[in-house]
Design a binder for this molecule. Structure first.
Ligand SMILES: [Fe+2]
Length: 293
């Protein structure tokens, strides 16, 4: 059995933080030790600042327990909670920004499927005969020096004009509003679609209760997801948002950056058009595990 560390006995609220840190001091894994020491310091400071009552503490623990209970194959309430607190976006920004002009990353989200139909440039990803406002997307992919990135795979997915992904909506055909394109010799790709609508995050769990208690709306501004990959480059996972959406500056999960605010323009022919330049950073091509089959 591990020898006990004589970390001391608690003598009042001021003494406990140092005692807990001493109790964890010989954690062999250096990273685990660093993370847990920081967690305890910040958690204790939070408790000292907010001074929860015992009833409030019980409610907090119950909230965490219910995050797990509300999580299943269809929904991850733990990820949603970190999204709503801005933590998911913060972690993603800290891990992806090199600040050399690359396109901002954004969250993968829960709706990517790994087997989207392979399409040719110019194809439509709107596989549903019902009408939406037509949209043309013209993208180009460059490296940090501004050279075109040819042969990159561009996986796109978006919600419908009523704000639902096809896997959420039995009325939509399989793989509606999903497709995989490849950039041409000039690094360009284009496709036709319908204008997506914004949508709410799931509200049937503890996260929905929290949003209501905070008088927050649940919506994300309309957006299109892109995953762009090619050997020699870090896979770019991002979202481009419709800057005319009235939630553009009020994304419930804080994914919008100035650079990802896309200019959806109405053309003379009545169709919307989005032009967007993506800039990839060198690195390793890595494709995430699809959250959906
Ligand atoms: Fe989305």
């Amino acid at each position: 059995m591990t020898e006990p560390i004589p970390h001391g006995i608690v003598d009042g609220a001021d003494s406990i933080t140092g005692i807990v840190l001493r109790a964890m001091a010989r954690t062999p894994d250096e990273r685990l030790r660093t993370v847990m020491e920081s967690l305890v310091r910040h958690l204790h400071a939070f408790v000292r600042e907010t001074r929860p009552t015992e009833e409030e503490f019980e409610r907090g623990i119950d909230f965490i327990v219910r995050l797990g209970q509300a999580t299943g194959p269809e929904k991850n309430e733990g990820i949603l909670a970190s999204d709503l607190l801005g933590v998911s976006t913060l972690v993603m920004l800290l891990n992806n920004a090199i600040g050399r002009g690359e396109t901002d990353a954004a969250l993968l989200g829960p709706f990517w499927r790994g087997n989207s139909p392979v399409c040719s440039n110019g194809d439509s990803i709107a596989r549903d005969a019902r009408e939406g406002e037509p949209l043309e997307v013209h993208g180009e992919v460059r490296d940090l020096q501004g050279h075109p990135v040819a042969g990159a795979v561009v996986d796109v997915w978006q919600a419908s004009p009523v704000g639902l992904y096809e896997n959420q909506d039995p009325a939509q055909p399989e793989h509606n509003l999903r497709g995989r394109f490849e950039t041409d010799a000039q690094g360009r790709f284009h496709f036709r679609s319908v204008k997506p609508a914004g949508y709410p995050v799931p509200l049937d769990g503890p996260c929905g209760e929290l949003l209501r208690a905070q008088d927050r709306h649940p919506y994300r501004p309309a957006h299109i997801h892109f995953m762009i990959s090619r050997e020699g480059f870090k896979t770019l996972i991002t979202q481009v948002f419709d800057n005319s959406d009235n939630c553009i500056a009020a994304d419930v999960v804080f994914g919008v950056t100035p650079a990802l605010s896309g200019d959806f323009r109405k053309q003379a022919n009545g169709a919307w058009r989005l032009d967007y330049r993506f800039v990839m950073q060198p690195g390793t091509r890595r494709i995430p595990t699809p959250p959906l089959p």
